[in-house]
Design a protein around this ligand. Sequence first.
Ligand code: GLN
Length: 392
Amino acid sequence: MVRPMSQRLQGLAQSEIRAMTRAADAAGAINLGQGICDLPTPAPVADAAVQAIRDRKSTYTYCEGDAGLRRKIAAKLARVNGIDADPETDIVVTAGSAAAFTCVLHGLFDPGDELLIPEPYYGYHVGAARVAGVVPAYVGLRAPGFELTAELLRAAITPKTRGLVLCTPSNPSGRMLTRGELEVAARVAEEFDLTVITDEIYESITYDGREHVSPASISAAMARRTVTILGLSKTFSITGWRLGYVVAPAAMAEKLKLVHDLFYICAPTPLQHGVAAGFDLDDSFFEGMRADYAAKRALLVDTLREIGLPPIVPEGAYYILADVSSMGEPTAKAAAMRLVEEAGVAAVPGTAFFSGTAGETGEGLVRFCYAKEQGALEEACRRLRTWGAARA
Ligand code: GLN
């Protein structure tokens, strides 16, 4: 008999994002499922990491990260995010933004606490909360606008609610929270004394001139209760490096440092030196990245429209939710598997991003990711068009 294992993992399985990567690999399909982001890493970032290894900067840093990197992060937070942070006390460099999220769950919450999670969500927020014993409370946003309202937030609040997750630009919907929505969220957070946890890892990937607004920048009151999570995976195309950072008022950051030390010791040292060079890149790098993603968004949006899988056009990030109900499959998973087998292109079933308990279910949707090299994305779109023509 198998010995009993953690109760907290009951009902949790490896994510659909992972499952579709395996399915894509097995079928030789192009993987537009997992947000792998296989674009080239900027040369200064790669070179600085290699140099750090050669210079034997390969031992631990403090658990909160290299001091020079934290100073660069603080300057960037002031310049780009409108966040005032003391690099000595308020910033922790983490082993990816997922590690930052884990530190927040374990450092600032107790088992049984409830966490408001707007839906559609990034499933790892839900899974990681459950592993920490924190209970997700879903706030069902309505497609296609996915607007965050005070009514929806209030409806999900109970006496046990302690926190609110804000993912903007959103994975998977691509929605960017407006200043107005953030003000609403700030008022509700104040009224119910909630800790706000942000996930802003897609902050640099925005379209049509939209400006990313960091929730902590809304007001001094909001900044006092907000833990801002940012990452470098998407900005520098280094998803496998596992580097992110978290910013919080000193008392909260202290707890995050404690957990980061106990779980991870520190983020990878030479890679911290690599990304430090990335903070010196000028605006033209970010403008170039935005233009590249905008062109890729247009290519995939046009393709999906042409083959009768209407897309919800994202405002930021690099995912598209597309309506696959015309395929007539009983589930989103079946539609995604059919796309792998018939078209040779993998996407993630929409159900991976919905609990199924807060209104919409994600059936009838799949998520495509266009963070791919141009050639691979073009080939994927060619395959989708060929498949679409055959079924028309
Ligand atoms: N953020 C990426 C996605 O949503 C990848 C993260 C992951 O592999 N879990 O696909």
